[in-house]
Design a protein around this ligand. Structure first.
Ligand code: HSE
Length: 438
C-alpha cells in the first residue's frame, strides 16, 4: 500500500519526489517499488554529514535492496550555523526536538556523540517505536543494556555496529551465531586514532603531528583525550564484554595507560625485537571476574582489529577502525539490515554478472622443489625470470624458496625452467603475510 508523496520545499525536488511507503505494508507489494526510508538524523557533524551525503550517493545501489534512504530532517545543537550537509537533508535542520519528532520517521540515526542529550533523544525515539541506529559508544557503554531492553519492549530495535570499530562489522556477524559466540575473552586494537599515532611514530613522525593527522582525517574524537587516554577503547571493550560475555563492565574501572606514555626509543626497541607497540584493549571474563587493560603493548604483527576467544574457536576480525566514510557506511548498513528483514520477501535480486576474468593474484610464493636443486643455481634461474627470492633453505631432499610478489605466468615459466634444470618437481603455493592470512 502506498503512503503519502513526500515533498519538501527548498530541497532538490527531483531527489526527494518519491513515493513514500509504509515499510510494513510495502513488504506486501508484489511490484516491489523501493520503499522510501525516512531517516531522522540526530547530529550533523563530521559523521552525520558523511551519512547524509551517503543517503544521496548510495540511493541507486540501495534501491536494488528494496529501500530508498532519504535524510528527512536533522536535529542539531545550533540551527543557525551554516552547514553544507544541510542541502542533503530534505526538511533541513532544526534545533527543536519537538519539531524533529513531528516528522514522520522510519529510522533515527544518532551521531551526536556523548551520553546526553543522545540518551534522552534515543529513548524518545524508541518509546515511539522508531528503531535507532547509532555510532555512539559512550551512549551504548553507559546505557546499552537498558536501551536494548526498552527497544524490545516497544517492539523495535537499536543497532550500534558503527559504535565499535566501524570498519569491521563483526558485532552482527557474531550475534547471528549464538552457539559459536559464547566468548571468554577479547583482545584488539579498538581505537583507530591511537593506532594511527603509534604507527606513524614507528615511521619517525612526532606524536603531535601524528595526532593532527588523525584529527584531519576525522578519526579522532572531538576531545582527542578520549582516544589518547584509552577511554574510547575502554568504552568499546565494555560493549564487547556485555555482548559477548554478558558481563557489565564499567569502562571507568578498566586499568588504562595513555599512549602518550610511549617514547620514540620504546618504539625502536620493540622494532628491534621484531615487534611493534600497539594500543591494545583486552578483557577476559569468568563469571563476575574480569581481567582487563587498555594501553600500549608490544605485539608481533600488526593486527588492526579484534581477536575473540569463543566456543567457536579463535576468531579474528580486521579492517579500518575509524573515519567518517566507513562509519557512515556501517550506519547505513545497519539501517538497511534493520529494514531488509521486512522487505526480504519481495526482493528481486540485483542481476548477477558472469565473471569473465578470473585468475590468481600476484602474490609472493612459497616454492617446494625436489631433485638436484642447488641453492644458488635455483635463485639465479628464478631471478632470470624476474622471480626474486628472499629465502632459500634446504631441508632433507627438498628445497624451499620464498619469493617476492611475482606475476603468476612468470612464476609458471620460471618453474618449468627449474623443473628441467633440477630433474625434479617444483610446486608453488601463494605466500601471504600474517595479517592478511588472519
Ligand atoms: N575516535 C574513534 C577512533 C572513532 O579513533 O577509533 C571511532 O570510534
Amino acid at each position: 500500500m502506498f503512503g503519502m508523496v513526500y515533498l519538501q520545499a527548498g530541497a532538490n525536488l527531483e531527489r526527494f519526489v518519491v513515493i513514500t511507503t509504509v515499510l510494513d505494508h510495502a513488504a506486501d507489494d508484489p511490484a516491489c517499488v523501493p520503499a522510501t526510508c525516512r531517516i531522522g538524523l540526530l547530529g550533523l557533524g563530521t559523521i552525520g554529514a558523511a551519512f547524509a551525503r551517503l543517503t544521496r550517493d548510495a540511493g541507486p545501489h540501495l534501491s536494488t535492496r528494496g529501500i530508498m534512504p532519504v535524510a528527512s530532517i536533522a536535529l542539531v545543537r545550533s540551527a543557525s550555523r551554516p552547514r553544507d550537509a544541510a542541502d542533503d537533508v530534505a526538511a533541513g535542520v532544526t534545533d527543536s526536538a519537538d519539531v524533529f519528532f513531528t516528522e514522520p520517521l522510519d529510522v533515527v540515526v544518532e551521531v551526536l556523540g556523548g551520553v546526553e542529550p543522545a540518551y534522552t533523544l534515543v529513548r524518545r525515539a524508541l518509546d515511539r517505536g522508531i528503531p535507532v541506529v547509532t555510532a555512539n559508544k559512550s551512549l551504548i557503554a553507559a546505557h546499552g543494556e537498558e536501551l536494548v531492553t526498552l527497544a524490545r519492549r516497544r517492539g523495535t530495535s537499536v543497532r550500534f555496529e558503527a559504535g565499535c570499530i566501524s570498519g569491521v562489522p563483526f558485532l552482527g556477524t557474531f550475534e547471528r551465531r549464538p552457539l559459536a559466540s559464547r566468548a571468554s575473552a577479547v583482545t584488539g586494537i579498538l581505537n583507530g586514532t591511537s593506532n594511527s599515532i603509534l604507527t606513524a611514530m614507528t615511521s619517525g613522525v612526532r606524536f603531535d603531528a601524528a595526532l593532527a593527522d588523525a584529527q584531519r582525517l576525522g578519526f579522532a574524537e572531538p576531545d582527542p583525550g578520549m582516544d589518547i587516554s584509552g577511554r574510547d577503547a575502554a568504552e568499546k571493550l565494555s560493549i564487547l564484554a556485555r555482548l559477548f560475555g554478558r558481563v557489565l563492565l564499567d569502562p571507568g574501572t578498566v586499568p588504562m595507560e595513555a599512549i602518550s606514555a610511549i617514547e620514540p626509543e620504546d618504539i625502536s626497541a620493540a622494532t628491534a625485537f621484531d615487534g611493534a607497540i600497539r594500543p591494545l584493549a583486552h578483557a577476559a571474563w569468568a563469571g563476575a571476574t574480569v581481567r582487563a587493560f587498555v594501553g600500549p603493548a608490544r605485539v608481533t604483527g600488526v593486527t588492526n582489529g579484534v581477536v575473540i576467544e569463543s566456543a567457536g574457536g579463535t576468531q579474528c576480525y580486521t579492517g579500518p577502525g575509524a573515519g567518517p566514510a566507513v562509519t557512515a557506511a556501517t550506519l547505513m548498513d545497519d539501517v538497511i539490515e534493520l529494514l531488509s528483514e521486512r522487505r526480504a520477501r519481495t526482493l528481486t535480486p540485483e542481476p548477477a554478472k558472469a565473471a569473465t576474468d578470473v585468475r590468481r593474484p600476484d602474490t609472493s610464493w612459497f616454492l617446494r622443489l625436489t631433485g638436484d636443486a642447488r641453492r644458488s643455481d635455483v635463485a639465479d634461474l628464478l631471478g632470470s625470470y624476474g622471480v626474486w627470492c628472499t629465502r632459500v633453505a634446504r631441508r632433507g631432499d627438498r628445497t624451499y624458496v620464498l619469493t617476492c610478489a611475482a606475476n603468476t605466468s612468470r612464476v609458471a615459466a620460471a618453474l618449468d625452467a627449474v623443473r628441467a634444470a633440477i630433474g625434479g618437481t617444483a610446486t608453488a603455493f601463494p605466500a601471504l603475510d600474517g595479517d592478511a592470512a588472519c
